[in-house]
Design a protein around this ligand. Structure first.
Ligand code: PLP
Length: 394
């Protein structure tokens, strides 16, 4: 049986196993306390009286701390309502007439849809889930002058594959030196050093609920030299880049969550990598033919993604849910029809493989007992379904 040894108090019952940390993480209790405390502040940070100044002081101390974690200047952090808004602002806000956005086919929809809106271009990925640098180079060589912004994620949310950002930076500096460079680092802060990004990238997106902060919080780091235009208009808050009264309590909680994630990162990464090895090893012993997507390239330690050709993600997730194991798949359901994951298709997986995907993502609250129990449940669910569907790989 799974234990309740989790260091965080959360709403997940002791017999429930939460393996969906890439979708959202449990709130860190220290961050939750900070959120409650900050909620008691009445003032609007834009005001001038003492109550407003107290709110403003907290907001600015959060900005200073988050800037440090992102490796940018204090005034370069723009708080947003999450990763989606940060990505939209980065891409839609940096396009001037006649210039397009260049990104990859494996980005989150928040980037892909913004790129499409600008008539932009998506570069393909390799079978290992890495952006195809050759394709990017040949596109930039011929069209670098037309590109207004280049956006490449730090690590993929479905496969955990870490992208070669140093190489992307070199290509952009060489062929499109006027383009702004953005990275969606939403999945990264608990696992990778995001502070290094601030050195070469003009914009970085983060989202609080991916590292123990509240949902609906996030930030875009924007270099002062970047000619960005707002996509939300109003009172001119956040350097006029993001109008609207800031979600102060959420920002305070996100800041504390980021502090906890960054300071505990090395220890957590070591522990979670061990749990992921155990998960993969256990499943490989039950299902020798399977191999996680994205192996062969560098991967974050917490995400494992499989394709089970001939099976159906919805059915897998339903059976896991019935056994209180919570996971997800890249495929999504729109108007009653299951859509295969664009990330897996972008990596060259077949439609049948992509429709049978499963993502298991661990996090700081995951225990050994939970992983062992999950191996048993997931392994048996897949075996049952594969036999029923007479899958060729079983
Ligand atoms: N970018 C990536 C890579 C993500 O994984 C997500 C959320 O899953 C987002 C952007 C969107 O972030 P948010 O949920 O804060 O809007």
């Amino acid at each position: 049986m799974p234990s309740k040894a989790s260091p965080f108090a959360n709403s997940i019952d002791s017999v429930e196993i939460y393996l969906d940390h890439a979708a959202s993480t449990p709130m860190n209790p220290v961050a939750l306390s900070a959120q409650i405390e900050a909620s008691a502040l009445t003032g609007n940070p834009s005001g001038t009286h003492k109550a407003a100044r107290a709110a403003k002081n907290l907001l600015e101390s959060c900005r200073e701390e988050v800037a440090g974690y992102l490796g940018v200047g204090v005034s370069e952090v723009v708080f947003t309502s999450g990763g989606t808004e940060a990505d939209n602002l980065a891409i839609l806000g940096s396009l001037s007439k006649g210039r397009i956005a260049l990104s990859t086919a494996i980005e989150h929809h928040a980037v892909i849809e913004s790129v499409k809106e600008s008539g932009g271009v998506l570069i393909g990925a390799t079978f290992e889930g890495v952006v195809d640098l050759n394709e990017m180079e040949s596109y930039l060589k011929d069209n670098g002058g037309n590109v207004g912004v280049v956006s490449v994620m730090m690590a993929n949310n479905e496969t955990g594959v870490v992208q070669p950002l140093a190489e992307v930076l070199k290509l952009v500096k060489r062929y499109a030196p006027d383009a702004l460079l953005h990275s969606d680092a939403v999945q990264a802060p608990a696992y990778l050093d995001v502070a290094g990004l601030g050195k070469g990238f003009d914009m970085i997106s983060i989202s609080g609920h991916k590292f123990g902060g509240p949902k609906g919080t996030g930030a875009l780091a924007v270099k002062k030299s970047s000619p960005l235009r707002a996509i939300l208009h109003g009172g001119g808050q956040e350097r006029e880049l993001r109008s609207g009264t800031p979600n102060l309590a959420g920002i305070a909680a996100m800041t504390v969550a980021m502090r906890e994630a960054v300071t505990g990162r090395d220890e957590n990464v070591g522990r979670i990598a061990g749990l992921t090895r155990r998960l993969r090893g256990g499943l490989a012993a039950m299902l020798p033919a399977i191999e996680p997507n994205g192996v062969g390239g560098p991967q974050m330690c917490n995400i494992t993604n499989y394709c089970f050709a001939g099976l159906n993600s919805e059915e897998i997730l339903f059976m896991l849910d019935s056994a209180n194991v919570y996971a997800s798949a890249g495929s999504s359901c729109a108007s009653g029809a299951l859509n295969p994951s664009h990330v897996l298709l972008g990596m060259g997986r077949s439609r049948s493989e992509a429709l049978g995907s499963l993502r298991l993502s661990l996090g700081v609250t995951t225990t050994v007992e939970e992983v062992e129990h999950a191996v048993d449940v997931v392994g048996n669910v897949i075996l049952d379904l594969a036999k029923k569907k007479r899958a060729s790989w079983i």
